[in-house]
Design a protein around this ligand. Structure first.
Ligand SMILES: Cc1cc2nc3c(=O)[nH]c(=O)nc-3n(C[C@H](O)[C@H](O)[C@H](O)COP(=O)(O)O)c2cc1C
Length: 195
């Protein structure tokens, strides 16, 4: 059960899962992050993006017009927006596909363009965690660093702090469990996201 915090409420963590594999390696890392956050008293809500109807951004710019009330596309992203806005911390977990984030996660990232308000992007000030799995041996030539760099630029622009990241080489679903070091790091990242 989530512990009450000083201000009377548990911290909220939202996890966006970008792998189609429900037992995939990035999902397992996200699960360790979730366990760490829950041990710290947080409430965690995960979204399995592959099972959701999320269209690409259509660049209609309706979300950026004065007085806009968010994205006008009526799809499952409308479930994710309020969760993101209520979250204290957001975790992006995904496999590396073709040397960058998976399309499932990129759709949700692009649609975050609509999370803009009068004072800037509304993810500002949230704590961010990242988790990636890739089949190659080296994060530098597998595409993992491309994904990391995209998030570093995005959250510098938004004004949110990337508290930490975990990433590991793994291929078959579950392979990452053999990497105790990264599993432990993921749980520790979960704890750090909610302090
Ligand atoms: C469509 C596709 C593209 C992939 N592209 C890469 C890649 O560019 N670099 C890499 O190191 N591994 C690549 N992989 C391997 C996956 O990143 C690896 O299997 C990873 O463990 C999957 O994470 P998951 O278990 O969370 O789905 C690819 C796999 C698929 C299915």
């Amino acid at each position: 059960m989530a512990k009450a915090k000083k201000d009377g409420r548990a911290k909220k963590v939202v996890i966006l899962l970008g792998s189609p594999r429900k037992e995939g390696n990035s999902t397992i890392l996200a699960g360790e992050i979730a366990a760490g956050a829950q041990a710290g008293g947080a409430e965690v809500k995960s979204f399995y993006l592959h099972g959701m109807k999320i269209a690409p951004c259509s660049a209609c710019e309706a979300c950026h017009r004065p007085g806009a009330k968010g994205c006008v596309q009526a799809d499952d992203m409308q479930q994710i927006y309020p969760a993101l806005l209520a979250a204290d911390a957001v975790v992006y977990a995904c496999p590396i596909y073709w040397f960058n984030v998976s399309a499932q996660l990129k759709l949700a990232m692009d649609r975050s363009y609509a999370l803009v308000g009068e004072k800037g992007y509304r993810l500002a000030g949230k704590k961010i965690g990242l988790a990636f799995a890739y089949g190659g041996e080296d994060p530098f030539d597998s595409g993992c660093t491309n994904a990391i760099r995209a998030f570093q630029d995005a959250f510098r622009f938004v004004g949110a702090d990337i508290v930490g990241m975990v990433y590991a080489s793994a291929s078959a679903p579950g392979d990452v469990r053999a990497n105790k070091k990264v599993m432990d790091e993921a749980a520790e990242l979960g704890r750090r996201l909610v302090v």
